[in-house]
Ligand binder design. Structure first.
Ligand code: BES
Ligand code: MN
Ligand code: ZN
Length: 502
């Protein structure tokens, strides 16, 4: 896939399809639109006049140029209100246009969107267009005997004014990098549990880290025993696959300080263990490593953009299986920091491996921690599939994460972490129990992880609802979505900017 940014020749460039933005109150054609319209003998003006092009957000019209221009098709793309076009709206519109283009097997696509610069700056607009296009272009390859022919983008060209060339190039680069990180996470989430075992997963994480010159450490079972990682070891007891604990360090400043920790739940398959899940939909639990995938996707972004921040990523990996050796309800496990946990349900396994992950991140010097996990079905009940749930122990750090999510165009909602909820995870015979009952399940699961963060500023992101899409949308096909990759990437970039200002 080629991405180009050019300042002239939108009609002569040898693309299959030139996409031009149209706002909803467009009566006259100006600028780029006028140029395209002129070449096509007033076709766009005519369609605007009779209402076939309304400029409504995401409306597309594919027009054959019948040899009048070197570009075989022009697609008009509705962008809604010129003054109110947002980053997310442009990203979605771009995604929709790409889907339409690909449906017609148009794979060399160009955007003439100088009109769109009115409410967004050129960098944001280019970022949105490229990110939307490449997220829409994503498809999981799968495992068919005969490799399916995939119609995908061959080239993406942006046309902008000479004045905006540098900004547009910068934005296009961001869009490319952010979508690459997201699509990497999607691939990992979509991989079945028999292909993505903890061993393979650890190798994949290592490959990403080493490609970007980051330091990698993979703990084996005997290392975990040495550290007393009873949570991860407990969950792994029922499995024939060895567990892994992957730690990746990215050092972007001279000294290892102000370290941001990312801890991702890496359950490569969650059967529920002895507290076995019902059969229907259990296959989706191959995606129970969405938190880990988000961390790896973010590392791809960070490794490419190299912000001046320090990051330690910790990813505990295992599957959760029933067997004669599996951990059981009633068992008591001891986490790395010595806290004891009474197991009431082996299906509440994510928090157990995160407990050790968070402890290990602190040991590696994390001063701030974000943990990400497909942790509770209750998050789906509370917020559905579009919004990630958050819990925190630190207002300022939460604010940073909220700002990052907003900037990345991902929806996030904070749930309360009031003290009374903690009563629900107290155990009579151990320090904690691993379920807090039916009420407020997302909160009590988050607070359980928070017990291990202690005083370290911490934000917990429950992506059980957002990491997996049951049906295709504009930006994502059915399956893994890559939720929170862009938020984590943005958080790293924002902290680097803030540090430079200090
Ligand atoms: N991986 C699941 C949560 C999940 C559910 C993710 C649906 C994605 C979609 C997690 O390990 C789990 O099983 N949680 C239990 C916790 C309960 C036993 C306290 C749940 O939510 O039912
Ligand atoms: Mn579970
Ligand atoms: Zn799980």
């Amino acid at each position: 896939m080629n991405i180009n940014v050019l300042t002239e020749g939108c009609l002569t460039e040898n693309a299959d399809c030139l996409i031009v933005g149209v706002f909803n109150n467009t009566r006259t054609v100006q600028g780029a639109l006028a140029e395209v319209d002129g070449a096509m003998g007033g076709a766009i003006k005519a369609l605007l006049a009779n209402g076939e092009i309304s400029g409504e957000h995401k409306e597309t019209q594919l027009i054959h140029t019948l040899g009048k221009t070197a570009v075989g098709r022009v697609m008009t793309l509705g962008l809604g209100d010129a003054q109110e076009l947002t980053f997310e709206e442009l990203r979605e519109a771009s995604a929709r246009a790409i889907k339409e283009a690909l449906k017609s097997k148009l794979t060399k696509v160009a955007f003439e969107l100088s009109e769109a610069w009115t409410s967004l700056d050129a960098k944001e607009a280019a970022h949105a267009v490229v990110e939307g296009a490449l997220l829409a272009d994503y498809r999981f390859a799968g495992y068919h005997q005969r490799v399916e022919e995939k119609v995908s983008l061959e080239s993406l060209t942006l046309f902008c004014t000479a004045e905006h060339l540098e900004e547009t190039k910068d934005g296009a680069h961001l869009g490319e990098v952010f979508s690459r990180g997201t699509n990497l996470a999607r691939d990992l989430v979509n991989m079945p549990g028999n292909y993505l075992t903890p061993t393979v997963f650890a190798e994949k994480a290592k490959e990403v880290a080493e490609r970007h010159g980051m330091q990698v450490e993979i703990l084996e079972k005997h290392d975990m025993e040495k550290y007393g990682m009873g949570g991860l070891l407990g969950v792994n007891r029922g499995s024939v696959e060895p567990p892994k604990m992957v730690t990746i360090k990215y050092q972007g400043t001279d000294t290892w300080e102000n370290v941001l920790g990312f801890v991702g739940k890496g359950i490569t398959f969650d059967s529920g263990g002895i507290s076995l899940k019902p059969g229907a939909g259990m296959d989706e639990m191959k995606g129970d490593m969405g938190g880990a995938a988000a961390v790896i996707g973010a590392l791809e972004i960070i490794g490419t953009l190299k912000p001046a921040v320090n990051i330690v990523a910790v990813i505990p990996m295992t599957d959760n299986m029933p067997s004669g050796s599996a951990f059981k309800p009633g068992d008591v496990l001891t986490a790395m920091n010595g806290k004891t946990i009474e197991i009431l349900n082996t299906d509440a396994e994510g928090r157990l491996i995160l407990a050790d992950g968070v402890c290990y991140a602190k040991k590696q010097g994390a001063d701030f921690i974000v943990d990400l996990a497909t942790l509770t079905g209750a998050a789906l009940v509370a917020l559905g599939t579009c919004t990630t749930a958050a819990i925190t122990n630190d207002e300022d750090f939460m604010e940073d994460v909220m700002i990052s999510a907003a900037e990345a165009g991902e929806l996030l909602w904070r749930l309360p972490a009031y003290k009374p909820y903690k009563e629900q995870i107290k155990s009579k015979i151990a320090d904690l129990k691993n379920t807090g009952g039916r009420h407020a399940g997302t909160i009590t699961a988050g607070l359980f992880v928070g017990e291990f963060a202690g005083d370290t500023p911490w934000v917990h992101l429950d992506i059980a609802g957002t990491s997996w899409a049951d049906k295709a949308g504009d930006l994502s096909p059915q399956g893994g979505t890559g939720a929170m990759v862009r938020t984590l990437g943005t958080l790293a970039l924002l902290r680097s900017v803030n540090q430079n200002e200090e």
